[in-house]
Design a binder for this molecule. Structure first.
Ligand SMILES: Cc1cc2nc3c(=O)[nH]c(=O)nc-3n(C[C@H](O)[C@H](O)[C@H](O)COP(=O)(O)OP(=O)(O)OC[C@H]3O[C@@H](n4cnc5c(N)ncnc54)[C@H](O)[C@@H]3O)c2cc1C
Length: 367
């Protein structure tokens, strides 16, 4: 392939945790790559909890010090009302890895992108993917921003675009959606003291997730099925009613004003095969997880790490490397599905409710 300033061994589309982990892994293996990211500057995304057992991976990726920054909080446990009316406390004190992290997600995304930018490798921020054409010899990727269109040439492309798996869609590869769970997320200010822990509480129509955001602000998420979510104008009343049905959260979170809400898919989805000729998918683009697992960010970083190694080996002539990546990722995904189903099956209080009756149907067909 003829080398010009827009030619790379690997083009990575998506500058989130999976894309940056892939890029720093490839660069550490001496593989020239670039990252294309749709947003000019990092945006705040949903998801902030990193469990204690993610620490060895963070260390191996060389980013443990990033999450130890004072902008992020440590957290020592979860409170969970799930399967019975009792609020159970799970302390990490007994965990061999100690505490987990509650990320300032915007700051974390900035830290990751800064880490990559410091390598001086190319970073096309503010550019969206327009077209991907892959043939035997090379991949041609067209990206654009408001003022220009650029054609990148590479031997390989990595899809790190998150749940939408945009590169795969351009290549005609569809992701399989295993359930229609959605999240309704919002932040609220509260006056009482906020402990550094996550609270989860199941209700008839779904489940709540509450995490501290700042000194006097919390992030709240209600997870339910798409079919249960009312029209926009009725959402606030719906959420207030849902909060009233909680046994524990309603005692500490009272008279809240719900302002800006976001609604987004938050179920499980996957690619049948996370790679093809000249391409590989990492992070949510390959496998998206139910946030009850707190697995998304760690898995995105892990798949970037293992995916980066697989791509480097493949480009160095090890044909089997991509299939090995698939084997590892698929087995991890199967283990996740089994744990997820077991977790939802614990909740038997609302056997006739639409949410709990329909929660696991599609997931079970994949195990
Ligand atoms: C409601 C909710 C709560 C969650 N809570 C948690 C949690 O507590 N803990 C946890 O570990 N995980 C959680 N997650 C999941 C976690 O946020 C994701 O798994 C994680 O962000 C995946 O990282 P990624 O790099 O694969 O994708 P993303 O973080 O989505 O990054 C993809 C990047 O690609 C860019 N991009 C997309 N399309 C294009 C395009 N066409 N051209 C160029 N760039 C593009 C995007 O701008 C984005 O920056 C939660 C998810 C949701 C929805």
């Amino acid at each position: 392939m003829e080398k010009d300033k827009y030619t790379y061994k690997v083009v990575i589309v998506g500058g989130g945790p999976a894309g940056i982990a892939t890029a720093i892994t490839l660069l550490s293996k001496g593989i020239d790559c670039c990252v294309v990211e749709a947003h000019k500057t990092p945006i705040r995304k949903s998801g902030e909890a990193i469990p204690p057992n993610a620490k060895p991976l963070l260390k191996q990726l060389g980013i443990l010090s990033l999450v130890e920054n004072e902008k992020h909080k440590v957290y020592y446990g979860n409170k969970s009302c799930w399967g019975s009316d009792i609020l159970e406390q799970k302390e990490f004190i007994a965990d061999k890895f100690g505490h987990g992290f509650l990320l300032d997600r915007l700051y974390f995304e900035t830290q990751l992108q800064d880490l990559y930018k410091n390598t001086n490798a190319s970073f096309y921020s503010g550019y969206k993917l327009k077209k991907v054409v892959s043939n035997e010899k090379e991949v041609s990727t067209t990206i654009e921003n408001d003022s220009e269109t650029i054609k990148l040439k590479s031997n390989f492309i990595v899809d790190a675009t998150g749940r939408k798996a945009s590169v795969c869609r351009h290549l005609g590869v569809q992701k399989e959606t295993l359930d229609s769970q959605f999240a309704i997320t919002f932040n609220v200010k509260i006056s009482n003291n906020i402990p550094n822990e996550i609270s989860v509480e199941a209700t008839k129509n779904g489940w709540w997730y509450v995490a501290p955001f700042t000194e006097n602000e919390i992030t709240m998420m209600f997870f339910t099925l798409k079919e249960i979510i009312p029209d926009k104008e009725n959402i606030e009343i719906f959420l207030q009613k849902e909060l009233q049905t909680t046994i524990h959260l309603s005692k500490i979170i009272k008279n809240i004003k719900i302002e800006t809400i976001k609604i987004m898919p938050a179920g499980t989805s996957c690619l049948q095969i996370p790679y093809g000729k000249n391409w590989l998918a990492v992070g949510d683009a390959a496998y998206s997880f139910d946030p009850i697992s707190s697995y998304g960010i760690t898995s995105a970083l892990a798949s970037g790490f293992y995916g980066g190694h697989a791509v480097a080996d493949y480009l160095n002539g090890k044909e089997e490397a991509l299939e090995v990546y698939r084997y590892v990722m698929e087995n991890a995904f199967q283990a996740y599905l089994h744990k997820l189903i077991a977790h939802y099956e614990v909740e038997k209080r609302w056997k006739q409710s639409y949410f709990w009756m329909n929660r696991l149907e599609m997931l079970k067909t994949k195990c």
